[in-house]
Design a protein around this ligand. Sequence first.
Ligand SMILES: Cc1cc2nc3c(=O)[nH]c(=O)nc-3n(C[C@H](O)[C@H](O)[C@H](O)COP(=O)(O)O)c2cc1C
Length: 222
Amino acid sequence: MPSSKPKGAISEKELQNLRKQYSKSSLTSSSINKDPIVQFEKWFAEVLESGFYEPNAMILATASKSGRPSVRTLLLKGIDEKGFMFYTNYKSRKGIEIGQNPFGSLLFYWDKLERQVRVEGRIEKLTKEESEEYFNTRPYKSRVGAWASEQSTVIESRSVIVKEFLRYMMKFRTHVPLPPVWGGYRLVPESFEFWQGRPNRLHDRIRYTLQKKGWKIERLAP
Ligand SMILES: Cc1cc2nc3c(=O)[nH]c(=O)nc-3n(C[C@H](O)[C@H](O)[C@H](O)COP(=O)(O)O)c2cc1C
């Protein structure tokens, strides 16, 4: 059968030969912090120094009531001792899934540093005041955009949202209030896994699990 691949497309063999050796760093239970949030912040400081285009991009996995997973990229907009904050539309697909099933998983992958972090936990809504505080720091047009887009709904064409955008620009010339369907969430971690690439696929994986007495730390096989 003739190949339907476009000209210049990668072959299976070329894909199979894409392979890297990881040797930049290591992770030991004596070098990591006992508190996973502090450990995350230490790695994140190194990410910020390493010149990533979107250092705070992360993948959020949610699941529907029946357990069907879905993932998407979001921007991490806050981190404190309670968890990881992000902002979105509460009526989007993710918002609906979080409403049905409040557990989620975050993934950070920083290729230059050969590192991955997984975080799992319960997702809770931020208060209206917390969402408002962040919303008001956004540029004017991003605030208008939050009104114009009913995120994840089907639209006839791009002109639908462009028209909505212009309509809301006229409506909110200076002050843009917080849309009732827009706001923040916090993923409150119950477990973390820090992954550091090592030579010969013998990577370091350290898992933290929240227990009554604090965080239990274990090493996982790569
Ligand atoms: C780099 C990047 C950053 C993004 N950041 C956000 C974000 O912070 N909030 C958001 O709602 N969508 C963000 N998006 C869009 C989401 O990936 C997704 O398309 C949108 O939230 C709808 O997802 P859903 O239908 O699963 O709810 C981002 C996309 C990319 C590629």
